[in-house]
Design a protein around this ligand. Structure first.
Ligand code: GTP
Ligand code: MG
Length: 700
């Protein structure tokens, strides 16, 4: 080494490049590697199943191998190049799942831009193509959503873990697990969402028991007494303004959900500020639901009790759209106040429950208020009324929330509620078992068609596959578009306080003229305002129900034509429609005294009523409606998501089966494996029975 050679800068080894130069070297190597990967994609094009190939394959497999050997050498040299500068390739830092999700998000955007509203940029879309185009969009989208779901749920490992957990708590999931394995092995992805939803049903073994009854009938007090708590606010004035669920938890805890979908844990002492009419007048804070966890042994078996705001005058009116306001529940308790006179609201609520197919138990509350000998005649009278008005033969159970009368409540819980709860659980298990059975039938049908495919091709088709496919597309499109249509309508409703004022002024005028009265009380006005909002909402809810009903009808008819047993039921949809938020005005409007207008013409009186209302509550109405619009929009989002999932979980499976039958989808199959899987499904029951007998023998 020459004597005066300068020292290299601190830390630098001989022959080493500076940092930017090293970075450049690394980036270039990475870039070259990426281009090599592109070449690999080109080489593999011949083997790819893509229906949109980019390359004309002019390379033989042997040539392809030689090129790959070259790539291999080039990559080895890239590594040597880095090693020369004492560097290594950096480890990857993007999770593959995130990359897949990002690409799927772009796929989703691309699909969205096929919608008629975007297509119009290229010229008018023919009227007769609009529905089908929407159908095309939503068919594609449902597949992307299914894929996203799968990736998000940890690529199916999640489902396995869930099934294991279910097994630990004593669920019989063997058949479901076998189907999951077969579906994965045979690439029958169209069944995954249904396996998933059956697993969710099994996991959610809670059964909801909701308390109904007029304002102040004692619902909240009864729940407190039943659970040995005082967490629910009670009082003589209308109290409960937000449906509140009580479920088991190791410690007392409360959470609320707002109209915009946000949830938060709140202090138990603060609950009353959020869920009561006094603490949160007109529900200005826009709470849509509350949940309290209570450490009561009575809840530990999975009973969830639901405290509800009374249906009030809604119940008297009835009608299909009122059903939407009912909280989703498996069993209802209707409280009739022994201290009040019996009225047709109680009948109305029972009728609503009956129409919604919710089994109900009738309770006579506050029986401590009755004199000794009065209990029996009162119970008898109510039973008679139920028989006369509804034709229902029902027992009425006396209860009281006072501690001295706790025996009544205990007896009711043990002898009535628990058995009914068990019965409801059995019903639910039966329905899940039927769903699993139907799924097994359709997985078998899919496997059989795959085996039979060659035979079927060219053979006479027993059904008009083209027509069925078109109908499926129509259903998927209509349900998929519903979310947007409803959302627009809800937000529009929220921005039209003027239309509500118009309606109320009309009603008020008509009432004044027919009753020759000049005073409009604040209670009357408030009720008319609520009615007007509901009337605006009603056709929207009706149309949502109609679209959903039509879709389910269509799927059922398609399933029958395809001789399938797996199909959605109308009941599946009714549950999604429930829990519609209710509109509440923050305060009562003032009375209107119209005595000196009475002699004026209708037009003038109407416009005076209107301006007086607008002065008094215009701003409040506007604000209330605005919030209501958001709560509705959030509800719609949830409803649409569940509905789309339900529809696509069936429609996808039907569609794929049609493709199989017509030979459009040509799956390369491992025939012996398919036969084996098919045999295992076919012999499932026989095997199960013999296993059970063996076990019984062993036990004996
Ligand atoms: N004597 C007697 N009073 C009761 C009983 N249960 C409730 N009350 C009283 O009835 C009133 C109303 O009770 P709540 O439990 O708030 O009634 P609610 O049905 O929840 O009322 P809302 O939430 O307004 O619909 C309160 O003043 C209670 O103290 C009972 O069993 N016996
Ligand atoms: Mg209450």
């Amino acid at each position: 080494m020459p004597e005066f050679a300068p020292d290299p800068p601190t830390g630098r080894r001989p022959g080493e490049l500076n940092n930017p130069q090293q970075r450049r070297l690394r980036v270039t190597c990475q870039y070259i590697d990426k281009l090599l990967s592109d070449i690999e994609i080109v080489l593999h094009a011949a083997a790819s199943k893509s229906p949109f190939p980019r390359y004309v394959v002019d390379i033989t497999p042997a040539q392809s191998r030689v090129i790959e050997d070259h790539i291999h050498r080039l990559r080895a040299q890239l590594l040597r190049t880095l090693a020369w500068q004492h560097m290594e390739p950096q480890p990857p830092d993007i999770p593959a799942t995130r990359a897949v999700m990002t690409d799927l998000a772009f796929v989703d955007i691309a699909i969205e831009e096929l919608k008629p509203s975007y297509m119009r940029g290229y010229g008018a879309v023919p009227e007769d193509a609009v529905d089908e185009l929407n159908g095309v969009v939503h068919e594609l989208r449902s597949l992307v959503t299914g894929m996203e779901r799968y990736v998000r749920q940890k690529l199916g490992s999640n489902l396995e873990a869930r099934l294991r957990k279910l097994e630990q708590i004593g669920c019989d999931v063997d058949l479901l697990r076998l189907m999951e394995q077969i579906v994965t092995r045979q690439g029958l992805v169209e069944f995954r969402s249904r396996i998933d939803s059956i697993a969710s049903r099994l996991e959610d073994d809670n059964l909801e028991v909701a308390l109904f009854g007029r304002v102040s009938s004692g619902k909240s007090s009864l729940l407190n007494a039943l659970l040995g708590t005082n967490v629910l606010p009670v009082g003589v004035n209308p109290i409960t303004a937000v449906p509140t669920k009580l479920r088991y938890g190791a410690a007392l805890r409360a959470a609320v959900t707002y109209g915009d979908g946000r949830s938060e844990i709140v202090k138990v002492e603060e609950l009353s500020k959020l869920v009561t009419e006094q603490g949160n007048p007109g529900n200005l804070r826009n709470v849509v639901r509350a949940m309290v966890e209570v450490p009561s042994p009575r809840l530990s078996q999975g009973i969830v009790l639901v405290d509800t705001p009374g249906l009030g005058s809604l119940a008297r009116r009835g009608g299909a759209e009122t059903l939407a306001y009912l909280p989703a529940c498996d069993l209802a308790l209707l409280l009739i106040d022994a201290g009040a006179t019996w009225n047709d609201e109680d009948i109305g609520t029972l009728r609503l429950l009956y129409e919604a197919g919710i089994p109900a138990i009738v309770l006579l509350s506050k029986t401590d208020l009755l004199a000794e000998g009065d209990l029996h005649p009162v119970v008898h009278y109510i039973q008679e009324q139920l028989q006369r008005e509804l034709g229902l033969e029902m027992n009425v159970h006396p209860v009281s929330s006072l501690p001295d009368h706790s025996i009544l409540l205990d007896r009711f819980f043990e002898r009535e509620l628990l058995p009914r709860f068990e019965q409801a659980r059995k019903l639910r298990n039966g329905s899940v078992a039927r769903k699993i059975g139907a799924l097994r039938d359709s997985v078998m049908a899919a496997l059989e068609t795959n085996l039979d495919q060659r035979k079927r091709q060219g053979a006479e088709l027993p059904i008009d596959a083209h027509d069925l496919e078109e109908r499926l597309r129509h259903v998927t499109g209509e349900v998929g578009e519903q979310r947007t249509t409803l959302n627009h309508a809800f937000l529009k409703l929220a921005e039209t306080p003027e239309a509500i004022l118009d309606k109320v002024a009309d009603t008020a005028l008509a009432w004044m003229r027919t009753h020759s009265k000049a005073r409009l009380t604040s209670l009357q006005l408030s009720e008319w305002i609520h009615d007007a909002v509901r009337e605006e909402l009603q056709p929207l809810i009706e149309s949502a129900r109609n679209v959903s009903q039509r879709a389910i009808d269509a799927l059922q008819s398609i399933a029958r034509q395809m001789e399938r047993t797996d199909m959605p039921a109308q009941k599946d949809m009714e549950v999604f429609l429930r829990d519609l938020p209710r509109f509440e005005l923050a305060a009562l409007p003032e009375d209107i005294n119209a005595s000196h207008w009475m002699l004026l013409g209708d037009g003038v009186v109407r416009s005076r009523i209107r301006s007086s209302l607008r002065r008094g509550i215009g701003e409040m109405l506007q604000q209330g409606l605005h919030q209501y619009g958001h709560a509705l929009s959030h509800w719609n989002h949830q409803f649409a998501r569940e509905m789309e999932f339900l529809i696509s979980s069936y429609a996808d499976a039907y569609r794929v089966q049609l493709h199989r039958i017509t030979g459009i989808s040509k799956e390369s199959i491992d025939a012996p494996q398919v036969e084996d899987d098919l045999a295992r499904l076919k012999n499932w029951e026989a095997n199960e029975n013999s296993k059970r007998c063996e076990n019984m023998d062993k036990e004996a």
